[in-house]
Write a protein of this length. Structure first.
Length: 454
């Protein structure tokens, strides 16, 4: 087998890239263009609400730069996890933008639209047939968890994308996808070594993220060979090193040597990284082992956790900073005693984050000390209604600003609030609650595909 060249336009559709990078990739012989358009990085609200992280003009700008270059050259295009979460709503938004681009630029192609959103009935059927498994540390899936889901998507592997190409697609717009499946589907269909292909796809998934120093999102290209692949950035001021490429294998993975996909596991412990120029790296030695326990598809589901009102405040008082834990404990005792008298036993949660101590890592912070001359505190009140959360937050803000300290007798004002009112309603808040896999009838069974001549 000769070679096959794949280009990743950018790390996430809408984040931007230099269009001339694609021009360069095509001049160098690119044979397909892929682009990830989604992630769970932004949290559960995008799946729950059906919205996209980037604006429609931003997504259209990037998609137009891809399609106007790829379609005239008859280069296959894959855009996966359309609209951030890959739900039907955001998939429809992406499809609408693609049609708009085609109409405005007089482009003609066969488009495959692959749906990944699942009905509750489908998930319940798999559950009742004992074909649902929990991923650690999730609890076993039950019917109540399914019923309270606002939206559920399944993360497709390469097979639905491969079927779309086999059925004549020129452009594939997919719902929630494994990041790597976007770039692995076509090379695997062409017969390239699975270990080399999956590792290549892992490096390409975030565009130019695997360079030594990324100034802005941009494109990355890989050339597949029989037993290796070469990877390099398209911007002339970017470069890859053996370390930068090897490091990206750890990105978003707990184990850099075992990367799990629906059909199997990529093993990279024996991978070799060789710098073949001042900008390019050759990778070889990876291997892919198919699952012995069958094919599984990961579910992502979101539910509403309540309504949130936040109270941001800052503390500069050295006495409070020196005894932050006790000061917060005293405040917690006081507010809970007051709320017991005013709202009774109604359920609520107050989450307190102290930035300047452990606000970022919480209980995982190895040095949870308050250092420096000031700290920022964010109180987040979550309850069953916005009215109740605001009621609790107004009591909290008043009690916090006057929360006493042992080293001062009389009234104090210990918190500086940057806004008035100090309480800010965030509205409904959501959480991921499904961390499970289904065992489907076959790798494409959960993913409905539609074709359209654009």
């Amino acid at each position: 087998m000769a070679s096959f060249s794949v280009v990743s336009a950018t790390g996430m559709l809408g984040s931007g890239f230099q269009p001339e990078s694609l021009d360069k990739a095509i001049a160098l012989g690119a044979e397909m263009i892929g682009c990830d358009a989604g992630s769970t990085d932004g949290g559960p609200s995008y799946l729950a609400r059906g919205g996209s992280h980037f604006s429609e003009p931003a997504m259209k700008r990037d998609a137009e730069a891809i399609l106007t270059r790829a379609v005239p050259k008859k280069l296959p295009v894959v855009i996966g996890s359309a609209g951030t979460a890959g739900s039907d709503a955001t998939l429809a938004t992406m499809v609408g933008l693609v049609k708009e681009i085609a109409r405005e630029n007089k482009l003609n192609f066969r488009m495959a639209v692959i749906h990944s959103e699942q009905t509750k009935e489908t998930v319940l059927r798999h559950l009742r047939e004992n074909r649902a498994r929990a991923l650690p540390p999730a609890a076993p899936l039950d019917e109540a968890m399914v019923e309270e889901s606002l939206h559920i998507v399944a993360m497709m592997g390469v097979e639905p994308i491969q079927k779309a190409f086999a059925d004549g697609a020129d452009v594939v717009i997919a719902g929630r996808s494994s990041d790597t499946s976007i770039f692995a589907a076509l090379p695997l269909l062409k017969g390239f070594d699975a270990g080399i292909v999956w590792h290549m796809a892992k490096i390409l998934e975030c565009g130019a993220a695997a360079v030594t120093q990324r100034l802005a999102p941009d494109s990355m290209m890989a050339v597949l060979h029989d037993e290796s692949f070469d990877v390099f950035p398209l911007r002339e001021d970017y470069r890859c090193s053996a370390q930068s490429i090897a490091s990206h294998t750890l990105y978003e993975n707990a184990d850099p040597f075992e990367l799990v996909e629906p059909s199997g596991t990529l093993y990279t412990r024996e991978a070799r990284y060789e710098e073949i120029s001042d900008r390019a790296v050759r990778v070889s030695g990876s291997r892919f082992v198919r699952n012995e326990n069958g094919y599984t598809v990961k579910l992502e589901g979101a539910r509403q956790a309540g309504y949130s009102t936040i109270v941001p405040g800052a503390v500069r008082d050295p006495y409070i900073l020196a005894e932050m834990d006790e000061w917060l404990a005293q405040l917690d005792r006081s507010i809970r005693a007051r709320l017991l008298r005013t709202i009774g036993n109604r359920k609520y949660e107050i989450v307190t984050r102290v930035y300047g101590r452990d606000g970022v890592m919480g209980a995982l912070e190895p040095t949870p000390r308050t250092e420096g001359h000031e700290a920022f505190i964010l109180w987040d009140v979550i309850s069953e209604s916005q009215e109740l959360s605001r009621t609790i937050a107004t009591s909290l803000s008043h009690m916090a600003v006057h929360n006493p300290i042992p080293k001062w007798h009389g009234l104090i004002s210990g918190v500086a609030f940057p806004y008035s009112p100090a309480e800010i309603d965030r509205g409904p808040v959501y959480e991921f609650h499904l961390n499970h896999v289904l065992v489907p009838d076959d790798p494409t069974a959960l993913f409905r595909t539609e074709f359209e001549e654009v």
